[in-house]
Design a binder for this molecule. Structure first.
Ligand code: MN
Length: 201
């Protein structure tokens, strides 16, 4: 299959003032593209692996030759995570579906408590990584974070993700990661997150 940089559903400047256009452009065209290019390169001459979607490869990582496995985890993770990240961002105001809202209340107590737990996971992730909202095997919603470009498939299926690598916010926020996290809540595409939640049930 073709591994190409996905288009965004919005323009680089449309998430301003929460995420600035320059950050979006570099993040998409340089960082995300870089992960995809290195992913393809790591699997060159392995057509049977390149034919699969990156999600399948990450979930079946033992099929990847050991000498390139960590490279595929890193760059395949970067490829997958940013694809998800762009999908769950939008300049358009939206709210969680009734279903998702009920599940959030059920599993976190309230929407505010969920936000607090997720924000805290994002703020306290030491160094580079991601915060996640996952649907686990019991269909329960859980929050976690991972280092680097690791995807927590072993804990559940990601329906919301926040990139807390410095490249995601440093141009505009410098060291103020908590301000970036607060801004993130203004640009979440809850329609997409709700759709992803529905697909896991
Ligand atoms: Mn990133």
């Amino acid at each position: 299959m073709k591994h190409i940089l996905p288009d965004l559903s919005f323009k680089y400047n449309e998430l301003e003032p929460y995420i600035d256009a320059k950050t979006m452009e570099i993040h998409h065209t340089k960082h995300h593209q870089g992960y995809i290019t290195k992913y393809i390169d790591a699997l060159k001459n392995r057509e049977e692996l390149l034919d699969k979607d990156v999600e399948y490869i990450l979930k079946n990582i033992e099929r990847v030759p050991e000498n390139v496995r960590q490279t595929v985890i890193n760059n395949g993770g970067g490829y997958y995570n940013h694809r998800l990240f762009w999908e769950i961002l939008s300049p358009k105001k939206s709210v969680p579906s009734k279903n998702l809202e009920e599940a959030i209340n059920r599993d976190f107590g309230s929407f505010d408590k969920f936000k607090e737990e997720f924000s805290n996971a994002a703020a306290t992730r030491f160094g580079s990584g991601w915060a996640w909202l996952l649907v686990d095997n019991d269909k329960k919603l859980i929050v976690t974070s991972t280092a680097n470009q690791d995807v927590p498939f072993e804990k559940g299926y990601p329906i919301l993700a926040l990139d807390v690598w410095e490249h995601a916010y440093y141009l505009n926020y410098q060291n103020r990661r908590p301000d970036y996290i607060n801004s993130f809540w203004h640009v979440v595409n809850w329609e997409m997150v709700s759709e992803k939640y529905k697909n896991t049930l």
